[in-house]
Design a protein around this ligand. Structure first.
Ligand code: ADP
Length: 532
């Protein structure tokens, strides 16, 4: 009963694959009479098999030759099921040794909480990353890696995680070199530049005698350009020092009202230049803990941005308010151009400037807000913003009041912000989480923003369809300065993929929503040992 596979020519001229089985037929005496052949067209199966083989070969090639580490882990136990050569080389282990290692022999234990978040992301959207952590090499030395991955099922139904693991030691080294280079060059530039700009101001100011009229305009341009160059160099140096923790911050108790008064007086000329007014609101008796000159630098920067992006005749509001938990929130609010949507996640990046045809905003360096963020954080604060195109921007930061931040919670329970316009749903959830968390409800984006400015939350549960806008806006502006604050999207609406990939979890609104949220909270905030 032989089976034969054969390529044949079909009647229509095409080539097909056939499977032919041949069986002998004998008479009653056992004498062979003839053969019966059964011919079956197996072209489809054969092509599918060849395609599978092709794809397997391609995948193997990618896996083996990829310069980026690739591994397959068991979702339940975390053990390695397959690793490629790139990962073995980077970790210093032989491939077979790597396969015998437990998960925590490669990942330092302190990454457990972040690992838990990645796990939640895998469970809810089937993907995780980009996720930055370290691996421990065979020689005990750690190296930085960036990971991405996805959850799949193998043919036996077992859940497995495919991960791409990039060794980023080199890119971090280059980044450091670049920063050091900028720092050295800036230092070398500063001294001669100070002399040039000092000499030019003396000449333009007429200290050295009357300047001939035909030279005056050119000298004024040279003087103001050298000053701009000087402030760019200062910004670069500040930022470098901040990034490498070399900038001295002297925290002291400050009378906030008086300091803001001085800052506004100092900004009057600048605001006049843009024909913008500055209004002040806020309690007179507030003391904060900050570095006075660095605090002034932040407020001045925010005010100058607000003036630059306002229309003539508009008013920029400088407001401060003490929050119940021991912070003071300082806000700079304008009614100007607003921040374009596509620029929102880069607002605090270095050298980032929105494309703008607005000539009033010319001349910046794109470093101001990056410096503000570093400065506020080094004064134990948080910075953030809200903005609507065409309506204006609200930049804010909070710093501790004298007496320090006070925790609103009475016990160890979590503090959760639930952004949800269905107050009944929020109430039910709050009751169900009673033992585990204090839930504060915000039914609009603006209420949520106001609570987030003042309060310190451990988690945000976010609905997307809100009366005053899409919930994504809240995440978009918040995650840039508070990336460690986990968001869980709880929504009956479709969740945009870009968003779903970047939050801790997505939960659909249905009968088991509350139960799922409770599970997620338990898993995010209890640092269990059995993390894959
Ligand atoms: P610079 O003002 O020197 O360009 P910043 O870091 O201070 O740099 O600001 C970065 C960018 O953010 C600006 O170029 C502008 O596009 C945008 N921006 C900052 N503040 C505002 C504001 N109040 N209104 C509109 N856009 C702003």
């Amino acid at each position: 009963n032989n089976l034969l596979e054969k390529r044949c020519l079909h009647q229509d001229g095409s080539s097909i694959w056939t499977e032919i089985s041949v069986a002998p037929v004998r008479d009653s005496a056992g004498v062979l009479q003839h053969f019966v052949a059964q011919v079956q067209d197996v072209t489809k199966e054969r092509n599918a098999h060849l395609a599978l083989q092709d794809s397997e070969t391609r995948f193997r090639g990618l896996f083996e030759l990829s310069p980026i580490g690739i591994c397959l882990n068991d979702f339940e136990t975390g053990s390695f099921l397959a690793v490629n050569e790139a990962l073995a080389t980077a970790t210093g282990y032989a491939r077979e040794d790597l396969l015998r290692l437990s998960y925590w022999e490669l990942t330092p234990k302190e990454y457990q909480p972040q690992e838990q978040l990645q796990l939640e992301s895998l469970k809810s959207i089937g993907r995780y990353g980009p996720y930055f952590k370290e691996y421990i090499r065979k020689d005990g030395i750690r190296y930085p890696v960036r990971l991405h991955g996805m959850l799949m099922r193998d043919h036996g139904g077992r859940q497995v995680i495919w991960s791409l693991i990039e060794d980023i030691t080199e890119s971090q080294r280059i980044e450091r070199m670049k920063t050091e280079f900028v720092s050295t060059v800036s230092h070398e530039l500063r001294t001669p530049l100070t002399s040039i700009s000092g000499a030019l101001s003396l000449i333009v100011g007429g200290v050295l005698g009357e300047v001939p009229a035909e030279m005056k305009e050119m000298l004024e341009i040279a003087a103001s350009s050298s000053q701009r160059l000087g402030s760019l160099v200062d910004d670069l140096l500040d930022l470098n020092k901040l990034l490498y923790a070399k900038l001295q911050i002297h925290l002291e108790n400050i009378d906030l009202f008086t300091l803001l008064e001085e800052i506004v007086a100092g900004m009057a000329g600048y605001a006049d230049l843009y024909e913008v007014g500055i209004s002040r609101t806020g309690d007179q008796k507030v003391e904060i803990v900050a570095d006075p000159s660095r605090f002034s630098q932040v407020v001045t920067n925010l005010l100058s941005n607000a003036c630059k992006h306002s229309m003539p005749g508009q008013v920029v509001e400088l407001r401060h308010e003490a929050s119940a938990n021991g912070f003071v929130v300082v806000s700079v609010i304008d009614q100007g151009t607003g921040i374009p949507n596509e620029f929102r996640s880069r607002v605090f990046h270095r050298f980032a400037q929105a494309d703008s045809s607005d000539s009033r905003a010319e001349g910046g360096t794109g470093l101001g807000l990056a410096i503000c963020k570093e400065l506020v954080e080094s004064m134990n604060g948080v910075i953030g913003y809200e903005s609507e195109v065409g309506k204006g921007s609200h930049f804010w930061f909070r710093v501790p009041q004298v007496g320090g931040p006070r925790l609103l919670r009475s016990g160890p329970e979590l503090h959760i912000l639930h952004v949800e316009d269905d107050r009944d749903f929020s109430h039910v959830l709050s009751t169900q989480l009673e033992k585990r968390a204090t839930v504060v409800n915000a039914s609009t984006l603006s209420e949520a923003n106001s609570l987030l400015r003042q309060g310190v939350f451990d988690l945000v549960l976010l609905d997307l369809g809100l009366p005053d806008g899409h919930g994504e806006n809240l995440w978009e502006t918040l995650h840039v300065t508070q990336p460690e604050l986990p968001f869980i999207i709880v929504s009956g609406h479709e969740v945009p993929n870009v968003l779903a990939c970047r939050v801790a979890a997505v939960v659909e609104k249905n009968g088991s929503t509350q139960k799922r949220i409770l599970q997620l909270i338990t898993s995010i905030f209890s640092q269990t040992e059995n993390v894959p």
